[in-house]
Design a protein around this ligand. Structure first.
Ligand code: AMP
Ligand code: MG
Length: 435
């Protein structure tokens, strides 16, 4: 089998290439689904959000105070208090000359008024009010004109926006009880390894619990996907062939089994396959060969990086399109790092998410580091985000050290040419929290 060992940059480019070629092949993208606003957090818009009316829908006062004509207020003459307009009401008459209207924050400014002076800046004498000298006010002050934030039918959120609290507020403002979003990509997770037992089992003396499956399921959920955890496969060719055969089973393809309920059929057809374990150079690392027997096309079979070097990426043809897959290294930290770097961007693309994934930031490095050249490193670290980001490496026992990894909130990226990091140098960090 071809040994496709790429640099990190080349590997990232391979993932990008598949993303671009899938985007060109429209038939691969699934239809949008309608969801209630309350369930929209973290979903990706499949239809742009348009303003249903001007925002604000009327000239809105941003202060509690007095709606006036600025030119009149600036004379500091007493002005007649002609009425009061509360939020939710409209003034019953336009502003006459020599008048003010008491107005509350969020209320429509009466026609004829061009400014609002704040109640704190007002002097009252029975039914008359003046702007306290020597203050002055300009026309337009403390008023947001109708339509200044958005005009009716303006595109407020384009396709591809991941919905957070602010975007949900905007949709609510536009009266969208439901939103059209990209379906969650279904991600089949197939762990391999003779030593693995499920989390609710008592491991034998040489066994370990399968921690990758729940970790990857959590990563998939955080990335907006829908994890499907498959039964763990043991390290033998027959089991691996059978497991892959079931995932690729043509009978589960809706086109080939019209009797199958389309919703069920879709649920059974993954958009992405994540395997873990069995991709290193050991005698029982059989995953790559099993993928080859299933007809896989490989884009890379290793990346010059640490951790995560044995990661494999490719796709397998199905009757309907093809199934992209990553065979991630079994070591939990390697699995997580390669998920963040390669699988997360593909998942984002499956939802047509527009913002860049993965997310990097700059931080100031605390401590020192030395190492050999040739590998792009992503080392577990803690970044203190107070004021300006300061990051330090977390001591670890290598890529099997889940305890150390659980004390991290990011990974420090060290380019393959770098052999030393000095105290205070600026480094790129990969953010690994939920995003
Ligand atoms: P492998 O990639 O199969 O050579 O596994 C590398 C290391 O990761 C070994 O120490 C495995 O026991 C461990 N490992 C493999 N799969 C898992 C898993 N699903 N959960 C936790 N550790 C694993
Ligand atoms: Mg193994």
């Amino acid at each position: 089998m071809a040994n496709l060992l790429l640099s990190y940059a080349e590997a990232a480019e391979q993932v990008n290439r598949l993303i671009v070629s899938r985007a060109e092949n429209e038939s691969q993208s699934a239809a949008a689904e309608s969801i209630p606003l309350g369930a929209a957090l973290g979903r990706v818009l499949a239809e742009g959000l348009r303003a249903d009316r001007d925002q604000p829908p009327f000239p809105r006062s941003t202060r509690d105070g007095f709606a006036c004509r600025a030119a009149e207020a600036n004379t500091h003459q007493l002005l007649f208090l002609a009425g009061r307009v509360r939020a939710g009401e409209s003034a019953s008459a336009p502003l006459g000359s020599g008048e003010v209207w008491e107005i509350m924050t969020g209320a429509p400014v009466p026609p004829g008024a061009d400014a609002v002076f704040m109640v704190e800046h007002a002097e009252l004498e029975s039914n008359f009010v003046r702007l306290a000298p020597p203050r002055s006010i300009e026309a337009g002050e403390n008023i947001v004109p109708q339509g200044a934030e958005a005009r009716a039918d303006d595109l407020l959120l384009p396709i591809g926006v991941r919905l957070g609290p602010a975007q949900i507020a905007l949709a609510a403002q536009c009266g969208s009880t439901h939103l059209q979003v990209a379906p969650r990509p279904r991600v089949a997770i197939l762990s391999t390894g003779d030593e693995l037992v499920a989390v609710d089992q008592v491991p034998g003396p040489s066994q370990i619990r399968n921690s990758n499956a729940p970790m990857l399921a959590a990563l998939v959920l955080a990335a907006g996907g829908e994890p499907i955890i498959l039964p763990t496969a043991s390290d033998d060719n027959d089991t691996l062939d059978r497991a892959l055969g079931q995932i690729l089973d043509q009978s589960l393809n809706p086109i080939h089994d019209p009797s199958l309920n389309p919703t069920i059929a879709r649920a059974l057809t993954p958009d992405l396959l994540l395997m873990t374990g069995g991709v290193s150079a050991g005698r029982f690392d059989l995953v790559e060969d099993a993928l080859a027997r299933a007809g896989a096309q490989f884009f890379f079979t290793g990346v010059a990086m640490q951790p995560g070097k044995p990661v494999v990426f490719g796709q397998i043809r199905r009757t309907q399109g093809s199934l992209p897959f990553f065979a991630l290294p079994g070591n939990p930290v390697s699995s997580a790092v390669t998920f963040h770097l390669f699988a997360a961007p593909l998942l984002a693309a499956l939802m047509q998410r527009a913002d860049p994934v993965p997310r990097f930031a700059l931080a100031q490095f605390s401590g020192t580091w030395r190492g050999g050249p040739g590998l792009t490193r992503f080392l577990p670290a803690w970044c203190d985000f107070e004021f300006s980001p300061q990051v330090r490496l977390v001591p670890w026992q290598g890529s099997g050290d889940i305890a150390a990894f659980a004390r991290c909130n990011c990974l420090v990226m060290i380019p393959s040419t770098c052999t030393e990091l000095a105290e205070g140098s600026t480094v790129s960090i990969l953010l690994t929290g939920c995003a």
